[in-house]
Design a binder for this molecule. Structure first.
Ligand SMILES: [Zn+2]
Length: 362
């Protein structure tokens, strides 16, 4: 239970670190545990709680009724109780409310399937620029109800790095074709695409998790889940193979946040089959291919400045028009020219910009 309290505390503390950009999406991401609890609490308000309303008549404040202190704001979980059902627990909150929690049914915030939810493309955050991401974000990887699983207990055969003059944005785990592949965390399958639609990834699965993280599983021989399926950590999702750009059977595994890849070894110790941390602080410089697990933050930051940071999806980048923007300002902000932006978007220099409009800048 302490863990759950720590998680909520972390979520609250981390909120200050977010940038103002993409505020709506981040807001929902960082609140998703809180929103969940709050909604359920309203539904399951315990009968023994004195409602905080004036139905019993006004002017009774001097009577000796015992008052129940109900905390303001977000209720903090203080304890859990078992029930007769193995997968059902009761969570008690400091304001006297409680809820049932089915630990075998992953909690699904609706935002996961509405924001940047693209089932036809491997990468779905192409219009989110790296510069618009927060400098740091805390991701709850596991808690008392969300677990993890190493996707395949194989040897690491290639790491997150530049390889053959290309960024290898994941980790390769050796396997035999047909070996089982498991979901790393609870989530929803966003992408289950066959090789002819993905190119290099071959048959690929992408799962979106509750903290906004996405995990990619490439080169599969086949998969047994489909887009929209809810999966638990450790659930069999497919079988390893060598489809796509692959020189032999292996699992190509990526971890991405808002479309940006970072070294999966930052969260998984593949050799020992362990998760490295329950709460992971993801820093912006981790998204650079030169930044990897094992470096100090100073080393990572220095490494990330060696080469330009590439954007997550195919090299293109988009900018959302804000109040006061002009094409010249946007060009300057994105280190490009008005002509280039016009060409990329098929617009004239005289074009009137709308707030919220997305322009390709690279
Ligand atoms: Zn790979």
């Amino acid at each position: 239970m302490k863990r759950l309290i720590a998680i909520i505390t972390c979520l609250l503390l981390s909120s200050a670190a977010f940038s103002q950009d993409n505020e709506g999406f981040f807001q929902r991401l960082r609140n998703h545990f809180v929103v969940h609890d709050t909604i359920i609490i309203y539904v399951h308000n315990n009968d023994t709680i004195i409602p905080n309303d004036a139905d019993s008549g006004e002017g009774e404040e001097d009577e000796d009724e015992e008052e129940v202190e109900i905390s303001e704001g977000i209720p903090v979980p203080i304890d859990t109780l078992d029930t007769h059902e193995m997968f059902r627990k009761v969570v008690l909150f400091d304001n006297g409310t409680w809820l049932y929690y089915n630990i075998d049914i992953p909690y699904l915030p609706y935002e996961l399937e509405s924001d940047y939810w693209n089932t036809e493309r491997v990468h779905s955050f192409n219009d989110v620029a790296l510069k618009d991401l927060p400098d740091s974000v805390q991701l709850i990887l596991v808690d008392s109800i969300h677990h993890y699983c190493i996707p395949h207990p194989g040897r690491v055969t290639s790491r997150y790095k530049y390889r053959w003059k290309r960024a290898h944005k994941g980790i390769d785990l050796g396997l035999y074709t047909g070996d089982a592949i498991y979901a790393a965390f609870d989530g929803i399958v966003r992408v289950a695409l066959p090789i002819n639609m993905t190119g290099g990834y071959g048959n690929v699965l992408v799962i979106r998790h509750f903290n906004g993280l996405e995990t990619y599983y490439g080169h599969l021989s086949h998969f047994i889940v489909k887009s929209g399926d809810i999966v638990k950590a450790g659930e069999l999702i497919g079988y390893g193979g060598s489809t796509g750009h692959s020189t032999g059977p292996h699992l190509h595994f990526e971890t991405r946040y808002m479309g940006q890849a970072f070294d999966p070894e930052r969260i998984f110790d593949f050799e020992n089959g362990m998760l490295r941390t329950e709460v992971f602080t993801l820093k912006k410089h981790y998204f650079n291919i030169n930044s990897h697990y094992g470096q100090t933050d100073e080393q990572s930051l220095a490494a990330s400045k060696k080469k330009p940071i590439s954007s997550g999806g195919g090299g293109s980048a988009y900018y959302t028009v804000r109040k006061g923007d002009t094409l010249a300002k946007i060009a300057k902000k994105n280190k490009t020219t008005v002509d280039k932006i016009c060409r990329l978007n098929g617009i004239k220099k005289s074009k009137t910009l709308k707030i919220g409009q997305k322009l390709r800048v690279r």
